[in-house]
Design a protein around this ligand. Structure first.
Ligand code: NAP
Length: 293
């Protein structure tokens, strides 16, 4: 039975801890800043001892999860390494999405541990809900050759799906997640605000755009991203696009800029789809560029 120590039993630490415990791993200990918080994490996980001291908890763990906030992962790892807290051959993992293991956990490697990162592509607002919905969650990993087979096994054991990222490209991967999820919310917000500016209520704007978005998601699932593009750029409808840009520029010039920058990406997709010619694409980009500054 693999023994696990969790340094940082917060939203992610508690969720992974409970999932690992259910998958048959032994949770040795959970370390938080306050002992009260560590006790709560242990109760939630259903195993382990609560600690405030990193070294004691790590003990002879086979796997150490460093699930503290991102800005203290390196400092925490360095502190444990300095106290000779990691045993040789242990797997030390962090869960930060944008930074590689070698940037944050190098001191653990120097102490003889194998290092990796495991980023679950999911929002962990509430650990109980995250556990219920975890099955099928994509988990992006990178790390030492000796660590990655074990990390893949951990992901499989907790019901996730593994995806490997190049270590030096993690910030690109994480930006991709921002575009693919967080910025969809930001764009949706813009859409709702423009509907509201025409007199449509917030409730109706949300409902109608949600209906549209659900259709788009359905199309992406059915025909893939490129073929799912519809709308004026996909049709090469220059006069409509010009009208949008001029109106947006008066209403809120920032939105005209966003429209034009994203429009240029949409032009590339439309060319790839074959719905507009290269020549039409050049014309559209010239128009969009006027509003990009
Ligand atoms: N939240 C998400 O949706 C999400 C998704 C994917 C990946 N991640 C990654 O998961 C990691 C953890 O994020 P989180 O959202 O779980 O954070 P969190 O809920 O804020 O929990 C952080 C935990 O770390 C403890 N802690 C803070 N400083 C510490 C220290 N110096 N030593 C020991 N414990 C310390 C805190 O203890 P106290 O309770 O005593 O304050 C807290 O329990 C981060 O790397 C984050 O990027 C998060």
């Amino acid at each position: 039975m693999k023994k696990v120590a969790i340094i940082g039993g917060g939203k992610v630490g508690k969720t992974l801890g409970r999932l690992l415990r259910k998958a048959g791993y032994k949770i040795l200990g959970v370390v938080n800043r306050s002992i009260e918080s560590a006790k709560k994490a242990v109760t939630f996980i259903g195993d382990g001892k609560p600690f405030r001291q990193n070294k004691i908890a790590v003990g002879d763990a086979d796997i150490v999860l460093l699930t503290t906030p991102d800005d203290v992962i390196k400092k925490t790892c360095d502190g444990i390494s300095k106290g000779k807290g990691f045993r040789r051959g242990a797997i030390v993992l962090h869960c930060c999405g944008s930074t590689s293991s070698y940037e944050l956990l190098e001191s653990a490697r120097k102490s003889g541990a194998y290092i990796a990162s495991l980023h679950p592509l999911r929002s962990f607002a509430d650990p109980s809900t995250a556990i219920k919905n975890f099955k099928g969650t994509f988990c992006v990993y990178e790390g030492d050759k000796k660590a990655t087979p074990i990390v893949k096994k951990i992901i499989r054991d907790i019901g996730g799906v593994s995806l490997q990222s190049k270590a030096d490209r993690k910030a690109l991967y994480h930006s991709g997640a921002v575009f693919g999820s967080n910025y969809v919310v930001a764009l949706f917000h813009i859409g709702v605000s423009l509907f509201e500016a025409t007199g449509i209520s917030h409730k109706d704007a949300t409902a109608s755009l949600l209906y549209l978005l659900e259709g788009t998601i359905g199309n992406i699932k059915k025909v893939g991203v490129t073929k799912a593009l519809t709308g004026p750029i996909e049709r090469g409808d220059i006069s409509n696009i010009e009208r949008h840009l001029e109106t947006l520029d008066i209403h809120n010039s920032q939105l005209a800029k966003i429209y034009s920058l994203l429009g240029s990406i949409a032009v590339d997709i439309a060319i790839k789809k074959g719905s507009i010619t290269n020549r039409k694409g050049v014309k559209l980009k010239k128009l969009l560029k006027k509003f990009a500054k």
